[in-house]
Unconditional design. Sequence first.
Length: 59
Amino acid sequence: MKDGDVNETVRVGIWSVVLDVNRREYVQYSDVFERSTSLIEDVLKRDADVFCRSDASYD
């Protein structure tokens, strides 16, 4: 086993750790993003309902 093989293995190992950490952080962020997106949708729906009701009251 040459020295280059060891370096390559270490480098690949480090990259797999980095990718694993990034993937876990991405999953956390995407979960937060989905929750905040659904929260925004709820607010928009509520505002749309209020707007429609206030619009109807002008008749």
